[in-house]
Ligand binder design. Structure first.
Ligand code: ASP
Length: 422
């Protein structure tokens, strides 16, 4: 049986078992025990096994990717195309979200008592997020932090500063193309060795994927407040319709037009990536799989996967940006705050920028979303209203985030004169 079929079965069984437990013995000691001592730790161990390799992988593949591209002019061209692609396609995603939220106006459907109840229920969590964002600088300091004073310190924290790591890796890669070839050789060999080691470790971890995915999905569905889904249905539908339009409308057009490739075949080839993204809710945890699948199934050259995909896992988040745009406007509607076209344009810009800055981990965008809310004058505690359904939306938006990275790698492949594997 193929790997993605096994993962899919794990996902399906996890969802069935979780929903069943949620309905038939919600919050019983047995279920709480199972969650706390079996499925939560198993899911976390699986996620950690994947995320554990992300820092060495990003460093090795990005600096190697740059070194393999070889000349700075070519690097500049590929870099420019990649960043432009990220920014333009992310802007398209937010625009879809904003058009939908203005048409559907999900905020008008939320009853006052549900709003009050949600604000109360999730107040603790919302306060914690608010406090954490008070320490987050987003603005000129974010820009300064991209150039790390101490790269080791930038990554030695629970939420590593990926933009700083990216910058450092790019600079090392550039330097490798400038120094004497003989001197660069041992370093390049070492980086290739690190890359190979991460591939082996990830392959081992992915053998556990069906079980890890079962545990992750069970943990989510067995706790999920399904009644919340009903209360917030118009909002959830707006986000999901937006995501679906981008995933099944915009991406296929881009794949067809820019890569001259069958969108259906493309989706079939990246099934494992989409399933991993959906079950882990993390672009970072999915990155090793994204790289492997792009090389093996789509035949994307390694200097392109090595360059575009690590950048994309952090900077290119189409689903996240769309979700952010919809959420900001939804909460404005809930609080009866009118946002003019000018302010909505600021929301577009900020959604794109914060999606670039969001960490590729579960709910990585929430702290930055709070910053955008505050910026446009919406009470930050309003985030409490959507926290209960965030995991479900996160699973879906992460699928778009990684699919977007591969569509960009495919576009670069084609425009650089290579063919994709049919
Ligand atoms: N979970 C998303 C990702 O890893 C980030 C987010 O939208 O919170 O791509």
């Amino acid at each position: 049986m193929s790997r993605h079929s096994k993962i899919f079965i794990g996902l399906l069984l996890g969802a069935i078992a979780g929903v069943f437990s949620n309905f038939f013995f919600p919050a019983t000691p047995f279920l709480l025990f199972t969650q706390q001592y079996i499925t939560d730790p198993l899911g976390k161990i699986f996620l950690n096994l994947l995320i554990m390799m992300v820092i060495p992988l990003v460093f090795a593949s990005l600096s190697l990717g740059v070194a393999q591209i070889g000349d700075l002019k070519k690097l500049g061209r590929i870099g420019f195309k990649t960043i432009m692609y990220f920014l333009i396609v992310t802007t398209i995603a937010v625009t879809i979200g904003l058009v939908l939220v203005n048409l559907i106006r999900p905020g008008d459907y939320l009853p006052e008592e549900t709003k009050t109840k949600l604000l109360l229920t999730y107040k603790g969590q919302a306060d914690e997020i608010k406090q954490s964002t008070e320490k987050t600088e987003f603005g000129i300091q974010t820009l300064v932090n991209i150039v790390p004073r101490n790269p080791a310190a930038a990554i030695a924290k629970p939420n590593p500063d990926m933009l700083a790591l990216i910058f450092f890796s790019l600079i090392v890669g550039i330097a490798l193309t400038i120094i004497d070839k003989e001197k660069a050789k041992p370093i390049i060999n070492l980086l290739e060795g690190i890359n190979d080691v991460t591939v082996v470790v990830i392959n081992m971890a992915m053998k556990l994927a069906p079980y890890g995915v079962f545990a992750l999905i069970f943990s989510v569905t067995s706790r999920f407040g399904f009644e919340l889904l009903v209360a917030l249905s118009m909002y959830v539908i707006t986000v999901l319709v937006g995501l679906a339009l981008h995933q099944f409308g915009v991406f296929p057009i881009l794949i067809k037009v820019f890569s001259d490739y069958s969108p259906l075949l493309f989706f079939r080839k990246i099934e494992t990536v989409m399933l991993t993204a959906f079950s882990t809710s993390s672009s970072n945890a999915t990155l090793p799989t994204t790289i492997a699948v792009s090389k093996d199934n789509l035949g994307i050259p390694s200097h392109i996967t090595g360059f575009v995909l690590p950048l994309g896992a952090t900077m290119n988040m189409n689903g996240t940006a769309l979700f952010e745009g919809v959420t900001v406007l939804f909460l404005a509607q809930v609080f009866g705050i009118h946002l003019s076209i000018g302010v909505q344009l600021i929301v577009v810009l900020m959604s794109v920028l914060t999606a670039v800055g969001s960490a590729g981990v579960p709910s990585g965008s929430i702290p930055l979303l709070v910053i955008v809310l505050t910026m446009v004058g919406i009470p930050a505690e309003g985030i409490a209203i959507i926290l209960g359904v965030d995991r479900l939306l996160d699973m879906c938006r992460t699928v778009l985030n990684v699919t977007g990275d591969i569509t960009c790698a495919a576009y670069i492949t084609k425009t650089e004169g290579f063919e994709l594997k049919k």
